[in-house]
Design a protein around this ligand. Structure first.
Ligand code: PA5
Ligand code: MN
Length: 189
Protein backbone atom coordinates (compact mmCIF):
# COMPACT_ATOMS: atom_id res chain seq x y z
CA UNK A 1 0.00 0.00 0.00
CA UNK A 2 1.08 3.57 -0.73
CA UNK A 3 -0.31 6.72 0.89
CA UNK A 4 -3.19 8.40 -0.94
CA UNK A 5 -5.70 11.23 -0.68
CA UNK A 6 -9.46 11.20 -1.14
CA UNK A 7 -12.19 13.82 -0.84
CA UNK A 8 -15.56 13.45 0.86
CA UNK A 9 -17.47 13.26 -2.41
CA UNK A 10 -19.05 10.27 -4.16
CA UNK A 11 -17.00 11.07 -7.30
CA UNK A 12 -13.70 10.95 -5.43
CA UNK A 13 -14.56 7.57 -3.90
CA UNK A 14 -15.99 6.13 -7.14
CA UNK A 15 -12.80 6.96 -9.03
CA UNK A 16 -10.44 5.37 -6.53
CA UNK A 17 -8.64 2.22 -7.81
CA UNK A 18 -10.05 -1.08 -6.51
CA UNK A 19 -13.34 0.41 -5.39
CA UNK A 20 -16.40 -1.86 -5.06
CA UNK A 21 -19.60 -0.10 -6.10
CA UNK A 22 -22.57 -1.70 -4.34
CA UNK A 23 -25.91 -0.51 -5.72
CA UNK A 24 -28.88 -1.60 -3.63
CA UNK A 25 -32.10 -1.41 -5.58
CA UNK A 26 -35.46 -2.12 -3.97
CA UNK A 27 -35.45 -5.72 -5.26
CA UNK A 28 -32.37 -6.42 -3.10
CA UNK A 29 -34.09 -5.16 0.04
CA UNK A 30 -36.99 -7.61 0.18
CA UNK A 31 -37.85 -7.75 3.87
CA UNK A 32 -36.27 -4.42 4.87
CA UNK A 33 -39.46 -2.38 4.44
CA UNK A 34 -42.65 -3.11 6.37
CA UNK A 35 -45.13 -2.82 3.51
CA UNK A 36 -44.92 -5.72 1.03
CA UNK A 37 -47.78 -4.38 -1.12
CA UNK A 38 -46.06 -1.06 -1.64
CA UNK A 39 -42.75 -2.79 -2.31
CA UNK A 40 -44.44 -4.94 -4.96
CA UNK A 41 -46.02 -1.98 -6.72
CA UNK A 42 -42.69 -0.14 -6.88
CA UNK A 43 -40.63 -3.22 -7.70
CA UNK A 44 -41.36 -3.00 -11.42
CA UNK A 45 -39.35 0.22 -11.64
CA UNK A 46 -36.91 -1.17 -9.06
CA UNK A 47 -35.71 2.23 -7.78
CA UNK A 48 -32.16 2.69 -6.50
CA UNK A 49 -32.40 3.11 -2.72
CA UNK A 50 -28.72 3.55 -1.93
CA UNK A 51 -25.17 3.26 -3.18
CA UNK A 52 -22.28 2.05 -1.04
CA UNK A 53 -18.87 2.99 -2.44
CA UNK A 54 -16.74 0.45 -0.61
CA UNK A 55 -12.97 0.81 -0.63
CA UNK A 56 -12.06 -2.39 1.20
CA UNK A 57 -10.86 -4.20 -1.95
CA UNK A 58 -8.37 -1.42 -2.63
CA UNK A 59 -6.94 -1.61 0.89
CA UNK A 60 -5.27 -5.03 0.83
CA UNK A 61 -3.34 -5.70 4.02
CA UNK A 62 -4.81 -2.68 5.78
CA UNK A 63 -6.32 -3.00 9.27
CA UNK A 64 -8.90 -0.34 8.27
CA UNK A 65 -11.63 -0.36 5.67
CA UNK A 66 -13.80 2.57 4.73
CA UNK A 67 -16.48 3.75 2.35
CA UNK A 68 -19.03 6.37 1.45
CA UNK A 69 -22.77 5.72 1.38
CA UNK A 70 -25.37 7.75 -0.54
CA UNK A 71 -29.02 7.06 0.40
CA UNK A 72 -31.64 8.59 -1.89
CA UNK A 73 -34.55 10.54 -0.39
CA UNK A 74 -37.97 8.86 -0.43
CA UNK A 75 -40.44 6.62 1.34
CA UNK A 76 -42.03 3.23 0.75
CA UNK A 77 -45.37 2.70 2.45
CA UNK A 78 -44.59 5.78 4.59
CA UNK A 79 -41.22 4.37 5.66
CA UNK A 80 -38.10 6.37 4.85
CA UNK A 81 -35.44 4.89 2.56
CA UNK A 82 -32.74 3.12 4.57
CA UNK A 83 -29.89 0.63 4.47
CA UNK A 84 -30.34 -3.11 5.09
CA UNK A 85 -28.42 -2.87 8.36
CA UNK A 86 -26.14 -5.48 9.87
CA UNK A 87 -24.29 -6.76 12.88
CA UNK A 88 -20.57 -7.17 12.47
CA UNK A 89 -19.85 -10.89 12.74
CA UNK A 90 -19.79 -12.16 16.31
CA UNK A 91 -16.61 -14.27 15.90
CA UNK A 92 -14.62 -11.22 14.84
CA UNK A 93 -16.63 -8.20 15.96
CA UNK A 94 -15.76 -4.63 15.00
CA UNK A 95 -16.82 -1.17 16.08
CA UNK A 96 -17.35 1.62 13.56
CA UNK A 97 -17.25 5.40 13.09
CA UNK A 98 -19.60 7.37 10.82
CA UNK A 99 -19.09 10.97 9.71
CA UNK A 100 -22.07 12.88 8.30
CA UNK A 101 -21.23 14.64 5.00
CA UNK A 102 -24.54 15.98 3.68
CA UNK A 103 -28.27 15.52 4.16
CA UNK A 104 -30.14 14.50 7.30
CA UNK A 105 -30.42 11.02 8.67
CA UNK A 106 -30.98 8.80 11.66
CA UNK A 107 -28.70 5.98 12.71
CA UNK A 108 -30.78 3.17 14.23
CA UNK A 109 -28.90 0.80 16.53
CA UNK A 110 -29.76 -2.40 18.34
CA UNK A 111 -27.65 -4.42 20.77
CA UNK A 112 -27.48 -8.21 20.79
CA UNK A 113 -29.88 -8.05 23.79
CA UNK A 114 -32.36 -5.98 21.75
CA UNK A 115 -31.78 -2.54 23.30
CA UNK A 116 -32.51 0.24 20.84
CA UNK A 117 -31.02 3.67 20.10
CA UNK A 118 -31.47 6.35 17.40
CA UNK A 119 -28.88 9.10 16.79
CA UNK A 120 -29.14 11.98 14.33
CA UNK A 121 -26.68 11.95 11.46
CA UNK A 122 -26.08 15.48 10.19
CA UNK A 123 -23.16 17.13 8.32
CA UNK A 124 -20.06 17.14 10.54
CA UNK A 125 -21.53 14.74 13.15
CA UNK A 126 -19.31 11.83 14.22
CA UNK A 127 -21.27 8.80 15.39
CA UNK A 128 -19.74 5.88 17.23
CA UNK A 129 -21.14 2.34 17.03
CA UNK A 130 -19.70 0.08 19.76
CA UNK A 131 -18.91 -3.61 19.34
CA UNK A 132 -21.99 -5.86 19.15
CA UNK A 133 -24.45 -3.13 18.08
CA UNK A 134 -26.20 -3.59 14.74
CA UNK A 135 -26.67 -0.43 12.70
CA UNK A 136 -28.97 0.83 9.95
CA UNK A 137 -29.06 4.33 8.46
CA UNK A 138 -32.26 6.12 7.42
CA UNK A 139 -32.55 9.19 5.17
CA UNK A 140 -35.16 11.46 6.80
CA UNK A 141 -34.49 14.52 4.60
CA UNK A 142 -35.44 15.75 1.14
CA UNK A 143 -31.88 15.43 -0.26
CA UNK A 144 -29.51 12.48 -0.62
CA UNK A 145 -27.90 11.46 2.67
CA UNK A 146 -24.12 11.08 2.33
CA UNK A 147 -21.88 9.69 5.06
CA UNK A 148 -18.39 8.25 5.51
CA UNK A 149 -17.80 5.05 7.49
CA UNK A 150 -14.65 3.37 8.77
CA UNK A 151 -14.40 -0.07 10.36
CA UNK A 152 -11.80 -2.79 11.07
CA UNK A 153 -11.03 -4.88 7.96
CA UNK A 154 -11.09 -8.14 9.92
CA UNK A 155 -14.81 -7.99 10.68
CA UNK A 156 -17.50 -9.49 8.44
CA UNK A 157 -21.07 -8.28 7.82
CA UNK A 158 -24.01 -10.31 9.18
CA UNK A 159 -27.26 -9.33 7.45
CA UNK A 160 -29.07 -12.63 8.17
CA UNK A 161 -29.41 -11.91 11.89
CA UNK A 162 -31.34 -8.71 11.06
CA UNK A 163 -33.79 -10.66 8.89
CA UNK A 164 -34.14 -13.34 11.57
CA UNK A 165 -35.05 -10.68 14.17
CA UNK A 166 -37.68 -9.09 11.93
CA UNK A 167 -35.53 -5.97 11.48
CA UNK A 168 -34.82 -3.33 14.12
CA UNK A 169 -36.89 -2.54 17.27
CA UNK A 170 -38.03 0.73 15.70
CA UNK A 171 -39.06 1.90 12.25
CA UNK A 172 -38.87 5.48 10.98
CA UNK A 173 -42.23 6.50 9.51
CA UNK A 174 -43.49 9.66 7.85
CA UNK A 175 -46.21 11.16 10.04
CA UNK A 176 -47.68 14.33 8.53
CA UNK A 177 -44.45 15.07 6.70
CA UNK A 178 -42.22 14.51 9.72
CA UNK A 179 -40.19 11.45 10.74
CA UNK A 180 -41.45 9.52 13.77
CA UNK A 181 -39.91 6.52 15.53
CA UNK A 182 -42.51 3.78 15.70
CA UNK A 183 -42.28 0.41 17.51
CA UNK A 184 -41.76 -2.48 15.09
CA UNK A 185 -44.20 -5.22 16.18
CA UNK A 186 -42.36 -7.84 14.11
CA UNK A 187 -39.10 -7.39 16.05
CA UNK A 188 -37.87 -10.18 18.35
CA UNK A 189 -34.47 -11.35 19.56
O1 PA5 B 1 -20.06 -0.47 7.38
C1 PA5 B 1 -21.14 0.14 7.47
O2 PA5 B 1 -21.88 0.06 8.45
C2 PA5 B 1 -21.57 1.00 6.29
O3 PA5 B 1 -20.49 1.29 5.49
C3 PA5 B 1 -22.64 0.21 5.52
O4 PA5 B 1 -22.11 -1.03 5.09
C4 PA5 B 1 -23.23 0.95 4.34
O5 PA5 B 1 -23.81 2.15 4.78
C5 PA5 B 1 -24.29 0.13 3.62
O6 PA5 B 1 -25.21 -0.44 4.52
P1 PA5 B 1 -25.49 -2.02 4.54
O7 PA5 B 1 -24.13 -2.68 4.61
O8 PA5 B 1 -26.28 -2.27 5.77
O9 PA5 B 1 -26.19 -2.36 3.29
MN1 MN C 1 -21.01 -1.66 9.72
Amino acid sequence: MLPFQLFLTPESFRNHPGVRLILRHLSALGDTFAHPAEVESLAAGDPLIYEFVDLRDGLSGSMLSFGLTVIQPGTIGGEYYMTKGHFHAAQQDGDEVYLGVSGTGLLLLQSRQGESRAIELTPGAILYTPLAWAHRTVNIGADPLVFFSIWPSATAYDYEEISRRGGFPQRVMDQNGRPALVTNPAFHI
